[in-house]
Design a protein. Structure first.
Length: 201
């Protein structure tokens, strides 16, 4: 089995065994395949890119081509134990609405995103005056799929706005080191290259 990226492994560690899982923007299905094989989850996926959908289907996964900005409204309430939005929320046109939909269809939602408040990004903006290109954000400003970048502090504020209960938060450093943090943590906003939140109603 392909080794998971540190952020996907951290998400997998949160998902309980035999859970009903919906993975939004599941890509080629690496996380879903791992969860199926290692945790016996009942997994479903939505992916916008047709080639990635085909790659996920080749792994024997239940994945459909769809757009979470539009298609989540058709899912019934409480259909899943866990919804996953991994490195996808920043590419959504309506991230607040998508989160609200996920909180409706799943008991808990796990969201990961590149933290635009990381000190390296701040330094690039301060000293170079240009939008940064990093390992986590490899595209230039004019060809990036990321249209709603945010910081740990921004996402924490959004959770407050939509009355989401933050059950846990994890920071992943550029080294791949994983540690938990409290929402609103100034240190996490500076040092987390990627942030993962588990939220519920």
């Amino acid at each position: 089995m392909t080794a998971l990226r540190p952020d996907l492994k951290a998400i997998a560690d949160i998902v309980p065994k035999s859970a009903r899982v919906l993975d939004i923007g599941c890509g080629t299905g690496d996380l879903l395949a791992y969860l199926r094989d290692e945790k016996s989850v009942d997994g479903r996926g939505i992916e916008l890119d047709n080639k990635r959908v085909n790659a996920a289907l080749a792994k024997g996964l239940s994945v459909i081509q769809g757009d979470a900005d539009q298609d989540l409204a058709g899912y019934p309430a409480n259909a899943f134990d866990i919804a996953i939005l991994s490195q996808t929320i920043q590419a959504m046109h309506r991230p607040k609405d998508v989160l609200a939909d996920l909180m409706r269809v799943a008991d808990a939602t796990i969201v990961s995103f590149p933290n635009f408040g990381h000190w390296r990004i701040r330094a690039a903006l301060a000293f170079k005056g240009r939008m940064p290109v990093t390992r986590n954000l490899p595209n230039r400003w004019y060809d990036t799929p990321n249209i709603h970048l945010c910081t740990v502090a921004d996402f924490s504020a959004l959770c407050d706005e939509i009355a989401a209960n933050v059950e846990g938060a994890i920071a992943i450093a550029p080294s791949g080191a994983v540690r938990s943090f409290q929402p609103g943590s100034f240190a996490a906003n500076l040092t987390a290259e990627t942030a993962i939140f588990k939220i519920s109603k």
